[in-house]
Design a protein around this ligand. Structure first.
Ligand code: AMP
Ligand code: GLY
Length: 421
């Protein structure tokens, strides 16, 4: 079969590496891919949001199946367009991708169906939002309604910060139209867990849990990023909590989406917070997480292409797969200055064995990979224990270098501490 994977980051590299092991994946195209993905797939210079060109390419090359990895093309309706041309694709249709594309919509949905989440209000008028903030309890969380590359969330400790947040999102339009509406919600505390789950709209089968490290600096300091590292499984996510999440969150979400006429097929990502009052949904994503995917897929025992196609076809209950009872750790190497401003174009040195290296932001220049993004790559290692996986990942990342490279030194530290207890 000919497969096309839309996207070009570390997540897509991990997906492509895993698809390569699938029995029926004969040819894999990446649109657009990147300098590292080029070693594993045929990269085609079409961007992930160039929908018409993607569809034309798929038709012309007689692509059998398309995997749409990033949020934007999903929200824009790429899966719908492909299906209209008879090309099956992994990922939700646009009307189901709304679960990530509009936080106001997903909050209202959770409220309607009694799915546990933070209390909230939504506003489309900045004056009313500012008025509400005068008496709201602090700290308070302000979120741009639409897609904002994971950066549209402000946790305000003071009224001044909250007010500045509203002005930057709603008036200065820091995230463009994504900020026409804001969600203002209650500040929750507790360990965070990412759970990615396959669903065909009938059954939902969670993957191994993971823990993201979103802040740029050690000890969870500094700015929010797309994610600086991950570990799996997440030690805070016990079997008992998993069962509770299945009953109160995962199944009700699948049913809610069906009820709303927005059946979700693909990878549903639950960003959870384990609060004293039980697990609550912090966010939904309509896709695989990045860099969660880089620790989840290396633990998969099963045929990813078969699983994905079963999500599309409604036969997920029949597929045999599981996750190895091991641990994984991914440490991201970023360009100095990320997530604010950074230079590109530095040559990247990699170790000989690249099996666990997922490239996020490089391009090929005269046959050499040079940096082309903020997050440049992730190093993933798996091992029987988390401690070994963490140690191995740090050992490998020391063999990687490029100018101004930086990485967090404490990926997995919080998880290891939790395991000690
Ligand atoms: P999101 O993009 O919605 O996942 O939010 C980014 C990060 O902000 C999350 O991973 C949390 O660490 C934090 N966050 C979001 N909502 C809340 C909340 N209601 N209470 C506390 N922290 C939150
Ligand atoms: N790592 C968080 C995300 O993919 O949204």
């Amino acid at each position: 079969m000919k497969i096309a994977v839309v996207g070009g980051g570390g997540r897509e590299h991990a997906i492509i590496r895993t698809l390569k092991k699938s029995r029926n994946a004969d040819v894999i195209y990446a649109l657009p891919g990147n300098g590292g993905i080029a070693g594993d797939a045929i990269c085609v210079g079409i961007g992930a949001t160039e929908l018409d060109q993607i569809v034309e390419f798929a038709v012309e090359k007689a692509v059998d199946y398309v995997v749409v990895a990033p949020d934007d093309p999903l929200a824009m309706g790429l899966v719908d367009l492909l299906e209209a041309r008879g090309i099956p694709a992994f990922g939700p249709e646009s009307k189901a991708a709304i679960i990530e594309a509009s936080k106001a919509w997903s909050k209202d949905m959770m409220k309607r169906y009694g799915i546990p989440t933070a209390d909230y209000r939504t506003f489309d008028d900045p004056e009313k939002a500012l008025e509400y903030l005068k008496t709201a309890e602090l700290p308070i969380v302000i979120k741009a309604d639409g897609l904002a590359l994971g950066k549209g969330v402000i946790i305000a400790a003071t009224r001044e910060e909250a007010e500045a947040g509203i002005r930057s999102i709603m008036e200065e339009k820091k995230f463009g139209k994504s900020g026409d509406v804001v969600v203002i919600e209650e500040f929750l505390t507790g360990p965070e867990v990412s759970v990615l789950a396959f669903t065909d709209g009938k059954v939902i089968r969670p993957m191994v849990s993971s823990m993201d490290h979103k802040r740029a600096g050690d000890g969870d300091t500094g700015l929010n990023t797309g994610g600086m590292g991950t570990v799996a499984p997440n030690p805070f996510y016990t079997d008992e909590i998993a069962e509770e999440c299945m009953k109160k969150i995962f199944l009700p979400t699948v049913e809610a989406m069906n009820n709303e006429g927005r059946t979700f097929r693909g990878c549903l990502y639950f960003g959870l917070m384990l609060t004293e009052k039980g697990p609550k949904v912090i966010e939904y994503n309509s896709r695989f997480g990045d860099p969660e995917t880089q620790v989840v897929l290396p633990l998969l025992e099963g045929d990813l292409l078969e699983i994905m196609m079963a999500c599309t076809n409604g036969t997920l209950a029949d597929v045999d797969f599981h996750f190895r009872d091991e641990s994984a750790c991914c440490v991201v190497a970023a360009s100095g200055g990320y997530p604010v401003s950074y230079k590109k174009g530095y040559p990247v040195t990699l170790p000989e064995d690249r099996e666990g290296i997922f490239i996020a932001g490089t391009k090929l220049q005269d046959g050499v990979q040079v940096t082309s993004g903020g997050r440049v790559l992730g190093v993933t290692e798996t091992a029987p224990t988390l401690k070994e996986a963490v140690d191995k990942a740090y050992e490998t990342i020391r063999k990687v270098s490029f100018q101004d490279m930086y990485y967090r030194k404490d990926i997995g530290a919080r998880a290891l501490k939790a395991l000690e207890k």
